[in-house]
Design a protein around this ligand. Structure first.
Ligand code: ZN
Length: 290
């Protein structure tokens, strides 16, 4: 059941998110492409590149760095703020380049914690944080917070599948399977079920992300340790990530808590220095299909 949904506009530029949806629906070229929906799904990478290039031509948007194409991305998060902690720099970076980053939050993060008034404020925090990042859309489902194990994984997977059908992303980011938080582990499992590589699957890349205060808190073993294989330069978007965390006022804590601005900067600097960058966000490539 849907609890909250909002199509957000990119910060400082109304033309970024909503008009793209209008172009999809109303432009003659987009209408023609709509007739080839099945074809585009089967040849998604090619179709996405073509579609995004048409959007770029019509909207006059920058295409990003040479050799890189705009993408449609889905970030699956168990709780509000996980998307910021794990992927905030990536979302801001990709959104600036013209990619469409959609966020799916499986729980509203407030079940049993807040009264109605505080829950409403929490919803505003979700929207504010994602507006800062430039997220194209954010949706919260109402699976039970910190009790995802009480729901069949298939039910969560079917929910994610519905969003995959709606968004048709080429890349999906989900939790690390070895996190201490059980909701995170279940979110990862459900994502993998939803992203099964059947022939018409649009998802070509799946990554896991690290959430400070959960990923590193688990007992370290070969099954739980987070070993990143992809590093994204967030030198230009780190402060945007920090600003987004600050929008979650109830989830932000004083240093040296892992959910503090100083900690986010420290994590980014650590991961960046491991690969010769100033600041980076780490990811583990789970599967790529070329
Ligand atoms: Zn979480």
């Amino acid at each position: 059941m849907q609890m909250y949904y909002s199509v957000l506009q990119m910060p400082g530029n109304k033309a970024d998110a909503v008009p793209c949806e209008r172009l999809r629906n109303k432009s003659p070229i987009a209408s023609c492409l709509g007739g080839f929906k099945d074809f585009l799904r089967q040849h998604h990478n090619w179709g996405e590149v073509l579609f995004q290039r048409i959007l770029k031509k019509q909207s006059g948007k920058p295409s990003g760095r040479k050799g890189e194409f705009m993408k449609t991305i889905l970030i699956v998060a168990a709780h509000p703020d996980d998307e910021v902690l794990g992927c905030g720099g990536l979302i801001a970076r990709e959104s600036r380049r013209g990619s469409l980053c959609h966020v799916l939050i499986l729980t509203d993060g407030s079940s049993g914690r807040y009264d109605a008034e505080k829950a409403a404020a929490h919803g505003q925090n979700i929207e504010a944080a994602n507006r800062v990042l430039g997220t194209a859309s954010v949706r919260c489902e109402d699976f039970p917070n910190q009790r995802l194990e009480t729901v069949p994984v298939t039910a969560i997977a079917q929910c994610i599948e519905a969003h995959l059908e709606r968004i048709a992303p080429s890349a999906v980011y989900t939790h690390h399977s070895g996190d201490l938080n059980r909701d995170h582990r279940i979110a990862c499992e459900a994502t993998m079920v939803a992203c099964r590589p059947y022939p018409s699957q649009t998802v070509r890349e799946i990554y896991s992300y690290n959430v400070p205060s959960s990923t590193e808190y688990n007992a370290v073993s070969v099954d739980t340790v987070f070993v990143p294989s992809v590093f994204v330069d967030i030198s230009d978007t780190l402060e945007t990530k920090v600003e987004a965390l600050l929008a979650y006022d109830t989830e932000c804590h004083p240093f040296p808590h892992p959910r503090s601005p100083e900690s986010l900067r420290g994590h980014a600097r650590y991961w960046g220095l491991t690969v010769g960058m100033a600041d980076a966000e780490p990811f583990r490539l789970i599967r790529e299909i070329r």
